[in-house]
Design a binder for this molecule. Sequence first.
Ligand code: SF4
Ligand code: SF4
Length: 253
Amino acid sequence: MEPRFACTACGKCCHGLLPLTLTDAVAHAVRFPLALVWTVVRSNAKSYDLATRLGTSVRLPNRKTVAVLIQPTAYLPNHFPCPALQADNLCGIHADKPSRCRTMPFYPYREEKDQADLLVPRKGWECDVSAEAPVVYRNHAILDRKDFDRERADLLEQAPVMRTYADYVLKYMPWIVNDLAKMAAAPAGGKLVTSLSSFLTATRRTDARELAAAQAPLMQAMAERTRTDPALAEFHKNYAGWAKEMERLAQRG
Ligand code: SF4
Ligand code: SF4
């Protein structure tokens, strides 16, 4: 049976971390608290070759090489709704929403031929996969591919910037390679988070002050929202620290 899929706008997938293209992260910096999320892709993974093109290759202390994706990300705890999600579960910025939301449920960090299982809704999601929904994927190819192609093209275009950032981090924060090695060895993998301020410093963006000024109040608000929940201690620590970094960066002459 051919995979069918339609979004019923239940809003369930609009929670937690939202990976963005760099263009979308910059465009939505007044809305999303941003961080850089690192994910290790092992050399035996199906998407390894693609991951080396979209991300960077890192040699670990055990001499194995892994691919590492570095995604600008709306950094939110799993159960936190996207700031653009309305009370009626509709997207408040539908006409202007990020590429990642337009391409759902397809995922450009995977090869196109390896997308079928993404069409199976996760537990609790109310995507329509019934016989009434349109066929969206045939013979391992996406039928309406405009959004997928655009997101993939944006990711390929930004890849050199992400490599520059990775080189900076591995030079000035060399202990991160040990964290990547632990993630590569762990059965469930893992994610590593670095700050937007380190990214802005590494890439010498001319709009760094403006981005920092947009981010500072968001980080402060998120630090406050996560202040009392022990389960969110890591998020709180990051938000609070990054709020200070963003304030300093915004005031820099
Ligand atoms: S921007 Fe809109 S579609 Fe994307 S996660 Fe937020 S509410 Fe959902
Ligand atoms: S979980 Fe499925 S139905 Fe609900 S908003 Fe996301 S894509 Fe649409």
